[in-house]
Write a protein that binds this ligand. Structure first.
Ligand code: ADP
Ligand code: MG
Length: 294
């Protein structure tokens, strides 16, 4: 892990070393012992539960995401991955359980409150943003974090807001576009981007909000193989800069080849977790995937 993001100037602001951080050693009252780890884990999910009426989408999920890791959350369709993701990022309020980030209980906080703490998800480029250029999308990116209703009230004035932005923010936006090699698309309308270019822009926008940890839900969906490679390269480069990633993905091979930690969900529960090799040899995993639609 390097000290900070030198290329984009957007590396994680918290420079604490794993050994000195207290994030992995906070006291826990419950003792669902199997997932307690000695390692430094900024994100700790415990006994997470989410019910939609009679459907239990997440059924007591506990796991950690280690600092600086590229961790994959996989599982067949309907396993509860997106619901878990949404409970972590504040999009859904869990029915039970806790989400801790950097030792703080963030369970049930609003998405922008979670993002303020450095736990940031990428957002799909909404239709309104398709009618703005790539650079304009970058300039309004941090405003995503102030909440939907406020954001909507800001939107009509986005162009004048751009005019008022500090030069520094503009420079950072450019640097980030250059880092992702989409600076040549700065004046293009976002709606004209290919699926893969759009994903790069989504990641670039998320970076402007000063995250420490990034959560991506199916970031490779609809991305052609060339851009998938590029997106992966960028994710690896950012991980080298010290960012922590949790990637939700149903494509098992892709996660196995790129993540050093893999968490497998099935029917709302954590089936197993470990290195790709450990997970690959787990018979329950094989069965879950063969039994599922994949
Ligand atoms: P995955 O992302 O692993 O494919 P999801 O988390 O999307 O799985 O879904 C898990 C289960 O919860 C599925 O049975 C799905 O139909 C159900 N589910 C997800 N979101 C909702 C919702 N908003 N309302 C009702 N049921 C939902
Ligand atoms: Mg999903």
């Amino acid at each position: 892990m390097s000290e900070s993001g030198t290329e984009t100037g957007t590396g994680p602001s918290d420079a604490s070393t794993p050994a000195e951080s207290d994030a992995g050693s906070e006291t826990r009252s419950d003792s669902d012992a199997e997932t307690i780890q000695q390692t430094d884990a900024p994100l700790q999910v415990r006994d997470l539960r989410k019910e939609f009426g009679a459907i239990t989408a997440v059924d007591g999920a506990s796991f950690d995401v280690e600092r600086g890791s590229l961790t994959g959350l996989i599982g067949p369709n309907g396993a509860g991955k997106s619901t878990t993701f949404n409970c972590i990022t504040g999009t859904h309020r869990p029915t039970g359980g806790t989400v801790q980030f950097e030792g703080e209980d963030v369970t049930g906080l609003a998405p922008h409150q979670v993002a303020d703490r450095g736990l940031v998800r990428t957002f799909q480029i909404a239709r309104e943003l398709g009618q703005m250029t790539v650079l304009e999308n970058m300039m309004v990116a941090p405003k995503d974090q102030i909440g939907e209703s406020l954001w909507r009230s800001v939107l009509p004035y986005a162009r004048s807001a751009v005019d008022r932005q500090e030069r520094e923010i503009l420079e950072r936006a450019w640097e980030t576009l250059e880092f992702f090699e989409i600076d040549h698309l700065a004046d293009e309308y976002a709606s004209n981007l290919s699926g893969g270019q759009r994903k790069l822009l989504e990641l670039a926008r998320a970076l402007l909000t000063d995250p420490d940890m990034l959560l991506l839900d199916e970031p490779f969906a609809g991305v052609n193989p060339t851009l998938e490679e590029r997106l992966l390269d960028h994710i690896h480069a950012l991980r080298e800069q010290g960012y922590t990633f949790l990637i939700v993905e149903h494509d098992m091979d892709l996660i196995m080849q790129n993540c050093e930690r893999v968490i497998v969900m099935h029917q709302g529960r954590i089936l197993t977790e470990g290195t790709p090799d450990e997970v690959r040899q787990n018979e329950d995993v094989i069965e879950a995937y063969l039994g599922g639609e994949l």
